[in-house]
Design a protein around this ligand. Structure first.
Ligand SMILES: Cc1cc2nc3c(=O)[nH]c(=O)nc-3n(C[C@H](O)[C@H](O)[C@H](O)COP(=O)(O)O)c2cc1C
Length: 398
């Protein structure tokens, strides 16, 4: 269980901190909320109290606090400090080391507590030189700044300054606490299915949801990597922090992967996409029509490129991790596929159990043999796989 100190500043986006509290509690975290006086004008403390199951800390001068020391003790008792939303005013006070209310005082007393500030304000306020100066100072002091996002604002303007969404803030918190074993590394992934067109409306596809690839992108980003994900069609929201290159077919996926390898050196390539082995040999223009009395149309197939094998065979190949979705005899099939593709590490799973579900069972196969990863949520498995790959990366190329 992680103990999270959640500071809430006085901005419109304070309502999103309610949802963040709910997500944290759902994830099993213990949440202690601290609000500024201004924050209580936007959301009643009772809302946070009900969501966190704890009394909200509001007052620097609370005599009933143990030893009267809330302004220090609450930071001592936490594993991480998140301030969302962080107002322009809070950023200024934190940058200057002021202690004029309970939240500012806790920021002063945070010591080595991992700390994340999520700014939220009108775009002109965010662009203000003083705000940018304060953000730079805070970064220099070792504080992680999350966001802000861009888009429509409560004031009616459009631009930078939106508080990140609660799910994104949760990802930022996970990143704050993750070992930064991939800092300075570039990770390229493929994810999701491919769609191979037959005519204008029909395609050959597969049941891959993209969940495992998305989880791997998140795990790599949490660990400090720059992440590019070449992704087939999926209903999932883009993973926070990763750059997504959207494709449909295996050939588009191959071209996008090669373009990324060309653009800059890649340290780790993870081929998690369920790439179609074959595509219709002919793409029919328009829509194939069903006509009474006519036989069903024939569908001839053609082999698709093998993206993983092609990347692994390059002279400048990054460290490659493959995926195998098998139907049976997982250990032998996965080991055979690893050798066939020429990759050092391969993750095997049973396709029918893996596709679409939130959790999975995997085996890690390398030259030394097979290691089982017991059933777990895909994000947890992804973290194990990325950590395993990270320990095997060669020294960074000059
Ligand atoms: C309606 C309204 C909305 C506000 N929204 C924001 C905001 O989104 N971000 C921000 O930095 N300040 C915002 N402010 C200004 C802050 O509330 C003000 O600077 C306050 O002193 C911040 O106090 P705090 O930093 O102690 O929470 C808003 C003010 C009002 C009246």
């Amino acid at each position: 269980m992680r103990r999270i100190l959640l500071g809430v500043g006085g901005g419109i986006a304070a309502y999103k901190a309610c949802e963040l509290t709910r997500l944290l509690v759902k994830a099993g975290d213990a949440v202690q909320v601290v609000m500024t006086e201004a924050a209580t004008r936007f959301v009643a403390p009772l809302t946070f109290q009900a969501l966190s199951g704890r009394e909200v800390a509001l007052d620097l001068w609370r005599p009933q606090a143990t030893g009267g020391m809330d302004h220090i003790d609450l930071a001592r008792a936490a594993d991480a400090f998140v301030v969302a939303p962080a107002t322009a005013d809070l950023l200024a006070r934190a940058a200057q080391g002021r202690g004029d209310d309970l939240l500012a005082n806790l920021l002063l007393a945070r010591g080595a507590l991992p700390t994340l500030l999520a700014p939220a304000m009108n775009r002109a306020m965010w662009a203000n030189a003083a705000v940018q100066r304060n953000v730079a100072l805070l970064r220099g002091d070792g504080v992680r700044i999350a966001g802000p996002g861009s888009g429509e604002q409560a004031c009616g303007e459009v631009g930078d300054g939106r508080l990140l969404e609660p799910e994104q803030l949760l990802a930022e918190l996970d990143a704050l606490l993750a070992p930064q074993v991939l800092r300075g590394r570039r990770v390229l992934l493929t994810a999701g299915p491919t769609w191979e067109p037959w005519d204008e409306v029909r395609y050959l596809g597969n049941r891959s949801s993209g969940k495992m690839g998305w989880a791997l992108a998140r795990a790599a980003w949490e660990r400090g990597a720059e992440v590019v994900m070449v992704a087939g069609p999926s209903a999932l929201e883009p993973p926070h922090g990763a750059r997504v290159v959207a494709v449909q077919t295996a050939r588009q996926m191959r071209d996008a992967v090669l373009a990324e390898l060309q653009r800059a050196a890649v340290d780790l390539f993870v081929a998690a996409a369920a790439v179609a082995d074959w595509r219709p040999a002919q793409v029919v223009a328009g829509k194939l029509k069903k006509r009474a009395g006519e036989a069903a149309p024939a569908l001839a197939l053609e082999l698709n490129p093998d993206i993983l094998a092609e990347v692994a065979a390059r002279a400048d190949a990054p460290y490659c991790v493959g995926f195998a979705a098998e139907a049976d005899d997982l250990h032998a099939q996965a080991q055979a596929k690893r050798l066939r593709k020429g990759v050092p590490l391969l993750v095997g799973n049973i396709g029918a159990q893996a596709f679409g579900s939130d959790d999975n069972v995997c085996v890690l196969v390398d030259a030394d043999g097979v290691r089982a990863l017991p059933r777990a949520p895909k994000l947890q498995l992804a973290r194990q796989i990325i950590d395993e790959a990270a320990t095997r990366l060669p020294e960074r190329r000059p």
